[in-house]
Design a protein around this ligand. Structure first.
Ligand code: ATP
Ligand code: MG
Length: 204
């Protein structure tokens, strides 16, 4: 069965933390491809800036399209109303029954996923790769995984990952303050941000 990793996120903007996590997951679980799925209208996050879902989709594409093993899907961006992970995983599972999907996220999400909509329908349609940062409490996580396995038959693996203090929030703040985001964000994405004047970018 072909193994596909799914990276969901707002990607506002995509940064090296996302890309490295995808690469690590691919090597760790021997995934054949990683599909990035930018959220449409996420109910978890308010869209406070003027960037559209389509523009986030475009930025994500610029970041990954030079890698033949990575691609961007617009299925959440195109969906009307709020987007939920369970819908996406169900849709992928139905559309590609011959693939096995691995949803990738930070291990801290293990403690909130039961508050997501229909977690049982997420676990029924994919495995989970939870990225562990160095400072995480491993025993706490392993207990949580056991709990989720018992309750939902969830298939979850822990991926040892780097401690990277990069976030989209940090990128937006640096742009707003006129600081460089080189080496934090792919060059193609930086050019796009500058061209569009996102996050308060002002050319000097
Ligand atoms: P924001 O600062 O706006 O919250 P973000 O950098 O957290 O953005 P998201 O699009 O919210 O980016 O994250 C998508 C996925 O990438 C999530 O599963 C998140 O846990 C993971 N992720 C983001 N940054 C890192 C990082 N530096 N290390 C490991 N995982 C990360
Ligand atoms: Mg975040």
């Amino acid at each position: 069965m072909k193994k596909i990793g799914i990276m969901g996120g707002t990607f506002n903007p995509i940064h090296m933390g996302h890309l490295l996590l995808a690469q690590w997951a691919m090597d760790f679980q021997k995934l054949e491809e990683i599909w990035f799925i930018p959220t449409g209208c996420s109910y978890m996050k308010e869209n406070s800036d003027n960037i559209t879902a389509l523009e986030r989709l475009q930025m994500t594409g610029l970041a990954v399209n030079n890698n033949p093993f990575m691609k961007v899907l617009d299925l959440e961006v195109k969906r009307e109303g709020y987007t939920y992970t369970y819908e996406t995983m169900e849709e992928l599972h139905n559309r590609y029954p011959e693939y096995h999907f691995y949803f990738i996220f930070g291990a801290d999400c293990l403690f909130s996923i039961e508050k997501w909509k229909f977690p049982e329908r997420i676990f029924a349609n994919c495995s989970i790769i939870a990225a562990v940062r160095e400072n995480c409490d491993l025993s706490l996580m392993k207990n949580k995984i056991e709990e989720l396995r018992a309750q939902y038959q969830a298939d979850i693996v822990l991926l040892p990952f780097l401690q990277l203090e990069i976030s989209s929030t940090m990128i937006r703040e640096r742009v707003a303050m006129g600081q460089s985001i080189r080496y934090l964000v792919p060059d193609e994405v930086i050019s796009y941000i500058e061209e569009k004047g996102f996050y308060g970018y002002e050319s000097k």
